[in-house]
Structure formats: C-alpha cells, structure tokens
Design a protein around this ligand. Structure first.
Ligand SMILES: [Cu+2]
Length: 622
C-alpha cells in the first residue's frame, strides 16, 4: 500500500462519507481492525507494548492503521498506536534516544519532537521546537537525558506540527520510591484518544474555514414547541435570538466531535473491545489518561464505584464517585473493586454526546457487559457562560458596567434587539442558583463585575466576554449535573500534602482565555502567540495566575516545567496539577513556583486552540 499516493480528504467532505463516520461513532459498531503491519499487537488485549528501564530507543515513523474501513498513515513510535507505555522509576536518570524515521513526503513530517507532559526537567529536555530545542530532523536523533524526580501517571506526545492529532502520543508511568498511600492488586493503563482519517492539517484548515462543521445538530421545531410550552413564547423567542446573535447554537459544545472522530481506548475502537482482566475481589488500579487532541471524556463503569486516588500523577485524598470528566491532557488514577459480575463496561462518552469508546473489564477475554446509551445532548444555558454575561461583538465593558440598571432585563436587552418582557425570569433562562447569587452580587455595584484587559476591546478576534465568572469548582460540568450519579468535581480534589512552597504569592497575573468562534481564533487576552510578548517570571518567585474564560468552550491550560497549584475559593492551596481545566464562564486561580530557568510553553491543550494561537511563552529568568 503506497500511502504517499494518498491524495487527501475530498471524499470525507461528501455527505455520504460523513454519515458513514457519524454512524460508526454514534452506534459504536466500529470495526477497530487494529491492523498493525509492523507489530503483532492484537487490538483486544490488555497487554500494550511496554518499555521499562532507564535507556530507551524510540523510533518515530509511519504505520498504516484502519479504524473506519479505510487505511490511513498514522505517526507512531516503534510501530504502535498509542506509542509504547514507558515505565520509569523515580530517582533514576533516563536516557531516551528519539529517532526520526518519518519517510520523505509523509503528511506527518518532516521534523518531530517528544514532550514529556507534566514532567519536571531542564528546559532543553522539554521537547518544544523553537523553545527547548530545534526539533529532530528526518534521519536524525535527539538524546533526552534527565533525572526523574517524581512518580505517578503521565503521558508524552509530539509538540511538532499536527503530529499529536496524527497518533504520536503514549502513556508514561513512573514507579515511586516510597510505598503508595493505597493498595491494589493489579493495574491497567487506559489511554483515551481521538482518531481522524483526515490529514490533521486539513482538519485544521476546515476549522478555520467552517468552524461549525461538526455542530450540524440544530434544535428542531419540536424542540421549539416544547420550549414554548415550558417557558412561554417570549422567553423562548428571546433565547433563540440571543443564541442567533452569538452565531452559534446552544448545542455547540465541541469544535470537533464524533462527526469527525473515532474514539479510541488504548488504540482500539469500541468494537475492538479492549479488555482488561481482573479476578473477583481484586482491587484494580486504572490509570486514566486523556491523550486526545480535542475531546473531553465522561468516564464511568456501570455497576462500579471509582475511588480517585491521584490527579495528574499527584496523590489526592481518596474520593469515591460514579463518574468523572477527564479534560484533554489530564490523568486520573482510580481504584475499583469489581466483584459479583464477570464483566463490566468501561464507558467513555464525549462531552458533546456525539460518540463514545468503550472497553470491558472482565475475568477473561471475550466477555461483554451492556453498553449504556449516550446521555442526552446537553443544552448550554446562560449560566454556563458566567450568567449570561457574554457581551457580543466586543462591546465596551466599562460602558456596560456604568449602566445603573444592571438588571437582568437590561442584559436581556443587550443580547437581543427585542425588549425583554418581564416574563423572562432566571429560571426560564436556565439560570442556576449560583449564577443568581453572582447576579445579586453584581447589583451591589460595578466592583464585582469582571474587568477585562484593554486588548480585548474592539478586538476582531474576541467575540464574547464573561461578566460574572465564578470558579465553578464544585460544578461537575455541562451535561453532568443532576444526572443521578455522583460525579467528580474539582472541589473534590485535595492533595494529600500541604502547599509544597508555603509562601503567599507575591504577585498576581490575570490572563483571559479569548476567542472568536466563527473565525476559529483563540488567544490569551485577545493576542495570538505570534504577536504576544513572553510572560516573564523571576527565578524563585511564587506567583498567582488567575484565568478568566471569556469563551463558550472549555480550555485545559497546561504550563510546562512547573506545577500549577490550584487554589480553592478562599485562596488556599487545594490540589497540585499540570493541567487546569477552565469551563466556559469560569475564573480559577493557581500558584506557580518559578523554579525552572528557561523558556517554557504555556498553552491550551485543545490541540487546534493551541495551533490557532492560545499559546504563550513563559520565560523564567534570574
Ligand atoms: Cu482551548
């Protein structure tokens, strides 16, 4: 098969092809054929290729895969997707020689790189081309060498071009020196990801041209009539007009979803039924890793509780839940105790409810348990965006704040050309109580209104701003509220250790996550990476970063080289993470100890948001 003659994705844009992909993903009848021409790795076994020790040779190359009935070139390490599980030991020095064996003319080439996500190391070992080093050219190799100072569940991925979307990601497990604060009898790595047959560069081009491509779901006349019955005609009409003005539908929950993606669990699609073995009565540790480019997964195992014991590799006080949302780039370690059934379904649906991937935990291969249906597609409410406080078209927030009658009707008026009738109450607009308190706070004066950086004003790359964001730490998230299950929220995550730095932050840096949906423009403070100055930190300082999400999308924000120590609502240290999820309309703060000299990447881990400009350089200097 000559993949170099593969001439693009034209067929993928035809409706028939799109329905085909959608049908496979939504119905779960995906043949994860797992054709690995260069390996003997069967797709439905729990044994993934594993490399253990201190010396590693990683060969980046192209491998043909087939997840949809079509053969496509993936970018892989040592011929496997995901890349091999790397198993290190805390306290050792690892040597990793990464060889670039990409063929000439590969859609994934030419240069490559590996970034060790969440690992503390010298800046020149961090693997970001143009920042840490020059990248790895075809036929060449780069030797990574650093001391391993931490333990836990992490992952690694390319930081070059579109390679992370193309398949270059793998799990990373570091065994600790000290015994762990929990017991388990066996473990399985569960790496979730999103695969597309498209050339990822062409997918990005499509997003720039037609950002709404994957949000074909429109609310129907039937939905409209139901809303009228429930909320009355004026509220329904005002609601529709508001969404229309924001150039989106209340179901735009993800930029790319199951209409394009096939979701994978350890490189296997749902029908391939990845199976993890257990014996009744055992405690099983699952190392959940979201190695997706663009997909948030909601994970649960019907019939089993999961006890979360670590987040982003770091121990947390155990908390037992039925379900958790794992943002892009996050990891969670959970303990389960399966017994009484021979098989359980490990179910991971995307947050937009357009598709899922599942596997099975069973006492032997070949068993299955029922696969639950996708949850109903959630509808975004005004509260999801910081209390309807989204200004459209870069309106001046100062002028807005100065209006004496900052009441709900006034806001409704600004969102819609039709005067909002008094019949619109908060409940009808879908406001929750926390948003209402935020609103009442706002009524006391402009002081509690969210201020915005001047660079957002009249900025063609900014189409909305939040007015009353809250931390939402105790909110399980859109589509997970009141679903009858105990769902993990960030408020549940508490490190087992005190603030490792201990100092109060000496200064605060506030950054806004900004975007323009239709242009598919993403940035910090309305300034794209190419135009932005580095964020400078002084070596040794402790600072606070406050993030405000002015967009309607979630953004998992990742700082390289240093920890992000999330604060609770009282400003106290709560949990140590490497990736901080920022839901729409949220405002969250975390502490950073600038203890790593050099140039570091700081970005949204939604792959195409990063590509579009939601990226900064952090420079730690003496
Ligand atoms: Cu983002």
């Amino acid at each position: 098969m000559n993949h170099r003659n593969w001439n693009g994705d034209d067929a993928l844009t035809l409706p028939s092809r799109r329905r085909f992909v959608q049908g496979l993903a939504a119905g779960g009848a995906i043949a994860g054929l797992g054709l690995w021409p260069r390996t003997g790795w069967a797709s439905n076994t729990a044994t993934m290729p594993t490399l253990t020790g201190t010396d590693f040779d990683l060969h980046v190359g192209e491998t043909l895969v087939n997840y949809t009935g079509r053969t496509r070139p993936a970018i892989t390490i040592n011929g496997s997707l995901p890349s091999p599980l790397l198993r290190w030991k805390e306290g050792t020095t690892v040597n990793l020689r990464v060889h670039n064996g990409l063929p000439a003319g590969s859609i994934h080439g030419p240069d490559t790189s590996i970034h060790w996500h969440g690992i503390l190391l010298p800046a020149n070992m961090d693997g970001v081309p143009g920042m840490s080093f020059d990248g790895i050219r075809p036929g060449e190799a780069y030797q990574y060498r650093f001391n391993v100072h931490q333990a836990g569940t992490y992952w690694y991925h390319s930081h070059s071009g579109f390679q992370e979307q193309g398949g270059l990601y793998g799990p990373l497990v570091i065994d600790p020196i000290e015994p762990e604060p929990f017991a388990f009898d066996r473990e399985h790595v569960v790496m979730l990801s999103d695969w597309t047959d498209m050339d990822p560069a062409k997918l990005f081009a499509r997003l720039k041209k037609m950002a709404s491509h994957d949000n074909t779901y429109q609310r129907t006349v039937g939905d409209f009539m139901r809303d009228v019955e429930r909320e009355g005609m004026p509220a329904t009409v005002a609601d529709r007009k508001m969404w229309g003005q924001m150039r989106m539908t209340p179901t735009d929950l993800s930029d790319v979803n199951g209409n394009t993606y096939t979701y994978l669990l350890n490189g296997t699609a749902a029908l391939g039924n990845w199976t993890g073995i257990f014996k009744a009565g055992e405690k099983v540790r699952l190392r959940l890793i979201n190695g997706s480019a663009m997909t948030y997964f909601d994970v649960r195992i019907p019939g089993l509780k999961m006890t979360v014991v670590a987040a982003d590799g770091q121990y947390v006080h155990p908390v037992t839940v039925d379900e958790l949302r794992i943002a892009v780039a996050e990891t969670y370690d959970v303990i389960i105790e399966p017994s009484g059934q021979d098989a359980y379904t490990l179910f991971a649906q995307d947050s937009a409810r357009t598709g899922y991937v599942s596997g099975t935990l069973a006492v032997r291969e070949g068993l299955r348990a029922p696969i639950p249906p996708l949850d109903p597609r959630p509808i975004l409410s005004m509260a999801d965006m910081g209390h309807g406080g989204m200004m459209v078209g870069g309106h001046d927030m100062g002028a807005m704040a100065a209006k004496p009658a900052m009441d709900h009707a006034a806001m409704g008026h600004d969102m819609s050309p039709t005067p909002a009738p008094p019949a619109i109450d908060h409940a009808a607009m879908g406001h929750d109580m926390s948003a209402m308190s935020a609103m009442q706070g706002m009524d006391h004066g402009a002081g509690s209104m969210q201020a915005h950086p001047a660079s957002e004003t009249d900025n063609p790359l900014v189409d909305m701003q939040t007015m009353a964001p809250t931390s939402k730490l105790d909110d399980p998230g859109i589509g997970l509220r009141d679903n009858g299950r105990r769902v993990l929220s960030y408020a549940d995550l508490k490190s087992t250790f005190a603030d490792p730095d201990g100092r109060e932050p000496s200064r605060t840096v506030e950054l806004h996550l900004t975007g323009h949906m239709e242009k598919f423009a993403w940035s910090f403070d309305g300034i794209k990476f190419a135009q932005a100055e580095p964020l400078r930190m002084t070596y040794g300082e402790r600072l606070r970063i406050v993030l405000v999400n002015d967009t309607m999308m979630s953004h998992p924000i990742h700082l390289h080289g240093m920890w992000s120590d999330l604060e609770d609502d009282a400003g106290n240290f709560q949990v140590r993470k490497h990736t901080i999820d920022m839901p729409p309309g949220s405002k969250r703060s975390y502490r950073v100890r600038a203890d790593a000299l050099g140039r570091w990447a700081y970005h949204c881990h939604m792959f195409f948001h990063m590509e579009a400009g939601m990226f900064r350089e952090v420079r730690v200097e003496e």
